[in-house]
Design a protein around this ligand. Structure first.
Ligand SMILES: NC(=O)C1=CN([C@@H]2O[C@H](COP(=O)(O)OP(=O)(O)OC[C@H]3O[C@@H](n4cnc5c(N)ncnc54)[C@H](OP(=O)(O)O)[C@@H]3O)[C@@H](O)[C@H]2O)C=CC1
Ligand SMILES: O=C(CO)COP(=O)(O)O
Length: 347
């Protein structure tokens, strides 16, 4: 199918996807938000993208925030690669253009709270938004799996998972973007992919904490990290079930796979490591924000608290690690002990 793809968001992931999409034969239009001018300027100057350290794929056309309509000239496909807090705002502006494309691929990992505080998965919120505006959205394909933007940008082997309620659309898209290095498996479990995506960021904070403890004490805490990993996967299964998804999604690329890569080197893990080294949670977050390091697990954890309260508060006893992470974000005085108590057997 290759034709023209418009990528909304010129941050790490949006710019990275230009690599496989170009390699798969697409003409790539990369649109930057009103916050991305400095990123586009660096790319225009032929420098590596500031967030990935990798040069944009040759031939990528760049569009500034006031060129949204131009960015959709001839577009057949939309990719949304906006950090979660900006997704609804950007999609609202682009709705008429998006509606003329074959599908909307959504890489963002987060939740959408509405004005009444009701927490939705992003695709549900996007469909509601489109209905309110009287616009018909194309099928949404949730993009998940262990995909570090810098590795995708560099053209290294990456396995993604595409989740669409209409599995044939996921299949069509997976074929249309496949390269020897970037390939996607498909599922009809949109909800499962969409709950695992933000929640693995939350749990990766706890994985990072074990690494930070190791650095602080000069001795590894791999046992704690592994126990944390296993508990995180158990809780991803509980949460996936809660939103009507398939537990297999939680144990595959979208859940365990993405948790692993984020626990190795993601920004959420880096944040957790700072807490493990002894930094106060709020100060570490402020310093990462100042360095343009998005830590999506923090807002996601708090929205997940509301999601569980709204959908099934009876599940809290099965979510001790999520409870621990929330306490740590709220300033718990002994984060390491709090995680250990959540993931070690009671004895
Ligand atoms: N980085 C990665 O390895 C991966 C990321 N993802 C997901 O893809 C999405 C994008 O990630 P990534 O590219 O790393 O994120 P970035 O931090 O690089 O930001 C992505 C884009 O979102 C914009 N943005 C941030 N906040 C707002 C806002 N309030 N309003 C409008 N626009 C906003 C950014 O602008 P600004 O430049 O100002 O931040 C940028 O254009 C995320 O949800 C992430 O979870 C998925 C897989 C891997
Ligand atoms: O989602 C990611 C990898 O799949 C990136 O994770 P971080 O946001 O923690 O860097």
């Amino acid at each position: 199918m290759p034709g023209t793809v418009t990528i909304l968001g010129a941050g790490a992931m949006g710019s990275a996807l230009a690599t496989p999409l170009s390699a798969a034969g697409w003409e790539v239009h990369l649109w930057g938000t009103w916050l991305d001018d400095h990123l586009l300027a660096a790319c225009q100057a032929g420098e590596p993208h500031p967030r990935t350290g990798v040069r944009l794929a040759a031939g990528t056309r760049l569009y500034a925030s006031d060129q949204l309509d131009e960015a959709f000239t001839g577009a057949d496909l939309t990719v949304v690669a906006i950090a979660s807090q900006g997704v609804l705002d950007v999609v609202r502006r682009a709705l008429p253009n998006i509606s003329r494309t074959r599908a909307l691929l959504l890489t963002s990992k987060g939740f959408a709270p509405n004005d009444e505080g009701h927490v939705q998965l992003l695709p549900d919120a996007l469909r509601d938004l489109a209905a309110e505006e009287g616009v018909e959205l194309p099928p949404i394909v949730a993009v998940g799996g262990p995909c570090k933007a810098n590795e995708v940008a560099a053209g290294r082997w990456t396995a993604a998972i595409f989740g669409c309620r209409d599995e044939s659309v996921a299949e069509e898209m997976a074929k249309a973007v496949a390269t020897p290095a970037y390939r996607a498996e498909v599922t009809s479990d949109e909800a499962g992919v969409e709950i695992c995506a933000p929640m693995k960021n939350v749990y990766a904070i706890a994985l990072g904490l074990a690494d930070g403890l190791g650095e602080r004490h000069g001795e590894p805490h791999h046992d704690l990290k592994a126990a944390t990993f296993a508990q995180a996967v158990r809780e991803l299964v509980v949460l996936t079930h809660m939103v009507g998804g398939d537990p297999v999604t939680a144990t595959g690329l979208a859940g365990a796979g993405d948790l692993e890569v984020t626990g190795l080197s993601g920004r959420n893990k880096v944040y957790g490591a700072r807490i493990g080294r002894g930094e106060p949670a709020d100060r570490a977050l402020a310093e990462m924000a100042a360095a343009e390091q998005t830590v999506e697990g923090v807002p996601a954890a708090r929205l997940a608290r509301s999601l569980v309260d709204q959908r099934n508060p009876g599940a809290w006893p099965d979510l001790p690690l999520l409870s621990a992470i929330l306490d740590i974000l709220d300033g718990h005085s002994d984060p390491a002990q709090r995680v250990a108590d959540a993931v070690l057997p009671r004895g």
